[in-house]
Write a protein that binds this ligand. Structure first.
Ligand code: AOF
Ligand code: ZN
Length: 374
């Protein structure tokens, strides 16, 4: 006989198929097992469409009677875009439910499993919690805190430099590293950058299907690829309608102190944000920006900007992960540092990270780190 973990692992595998499409909803997978056989399987594809359990129940049909449902997240018990999955499980005669974790969505949060128990369904939960946390980092953080999961990308030399003193920087890391970045962009709901980066590099910050690694490409057809929302911090209104990021036609939010009255394409929105003033310089309040993104259902933010924004986000305690591409080059003492962190003086002020993984990407090294704010 196979273990609950074995069948739940199948459900996780299914859940991952929705990686590029379910946001702002979580990735959820479900398998239905009767007499040691898989009789139904499903995963949540897109917000607004049926949940994982519904796909699996449809496939199982009458075979769901007396069966066990393995689900990577507690089934919902509320009317959202779709009716509650709990009622569908009960109506189909499911006799046991194994759910990897509770759904922290305040609309669910234990009520789904409670409803199943009331209907005399045997319930087991909180197993393979680490997998359940990993697969929905963004959704879970937003449900728990209102804030998105924030990843900052940095490209650096061996001596921790990002650009020459002149600002010359574009080719520090390899083509392969830049291709690897496409994966993170595709998996994110928003890409955050600054007017400084727009003015210096004039990027599009788009996901290019052809540049995606094969394991990501197979999750989504080219025409269905989701472009993350581009969010540009532009406190001095320096971005104009002729920059490539604006012309390249994808939802773009300009985070500004004061909107201007230029004529912008319909996919551009100027958002007025509160400011923090430091040494007479007005800066957009980054926490207010992240709260706003959370309210707009952004689960995950991918930051591609310079040393200034990276430093400010780190100092504001807003960074969840650093993704560091390190090129085996030495740029020397005059080159620019990785991120600006003024005010750190003692070792006890240091920002600490936990190493998540290291990989070689072409000639470069990719280091993924989790920030530990204590
Ligand atoms: C499940 N199974 O596959 C998913 C669930 O607006 P709706 O109706 O799509 O509901 C969205 C909420 O339902 C979402 O915020 C999360 O709490 C839960 N997602 N629940 O039973 C699923 N995707
Ligand atoms: Zn549901």
């Amino acid at each position: 006989m196979k273990s609950d973990e074995f069948y739940l692992a199948l459900a996780f595998k299914l859940a991952r198929r929705g990686k590029l499409t379910t946001a702002p909803n979580p990735n959820v997978g479900c398998v239905i097992i009767r007499d040691h056989r898989v009789v139904g399987e499903g995963y949540h594809v897109r917000a607004g469409e049926p949940h994982a359990e519904i796909h699996a129940l449809r496939m199982a049909g009458a075979m769901a009677y007396g069966a066990t449902a393995y689900i990577t997240l507690e089934p919902c018990n509320h009317y959202g875009h779709t009716p509650p999955c709990t009622e569908a499980l009960i109506a189909a005669g499911i006799s046991r439910v194994v759910a990897a974790m509770l759904d922290p969505n305040p609309k669910v949060n234990g009520r789904g499993l409670y409803r199943l128990q009331q209907a005399n369904i045997e319930v087991r939960h909180s197993i393979m919690l680490q997998d359940a946390e990993m697969i929905n980092k963004g959704f879970l953080k937003r449900m728990r805190t209102g804030l998105p999961w924030i990843r900052v990308k940095l490209a650096t030399s061996l001596d921790g430099r990002t650009a020459m003193a002149s600002g010359e920087s574009s080719w520090i890391t390899s083509n392969q590293a830049r291709q690897d970045v496409q994966r993170f962009r595709a998996e994110s709901d928003a890409i955050l950058s600054t007017s400084a980066t727009v003015l210096a590099d004039n990027p599009t910050l788009n996901v290019r299907w052809l540049s995606l690694p094969a394991d990501i490409q197979c999750l989504c057809k080219e025409e269905n690829i989701r472009q993350p929302i581009k969010v540009i911090i532009d406190s001095a209104n320096r971005v104009n309608p002729f920059h490539r990021i604006i012309k390249s036609n994808g939802t773009t939010w300009l985070a500004r102190i004061q909107p201007d009255d230029k004529i912008w394409p319909r996919w551009v929105e100027q958002i007025q944000l509160p400011v923090l003033s430091r040494q007479d310089i007005l800066r957009i309040d980054l926490m207010a920006l992240m709260i706003l993104l959370g309210k707009r259902h952004i689960n995950s933010v991918w930051v591609e900007a310079g040393a200034n924004l990276a430093g400010s986000l780190l100092l504001a305690g807003l960074v969840d992960e650093l993704i560091l591409y390190m090129s085996p080059k030495l740029l020397g003492d005059k080159a620019r540092p990785l991120c600006l962190l003024p005010g750190l003086e003692r070792l006890s002020d240091a920002l600490n990270c936990k190493l998540l993984n290291i990989r070689q990407v072409g000639p470069d090294i990719r280091i993924c780190l989790k920030l530990i704010y204590s």
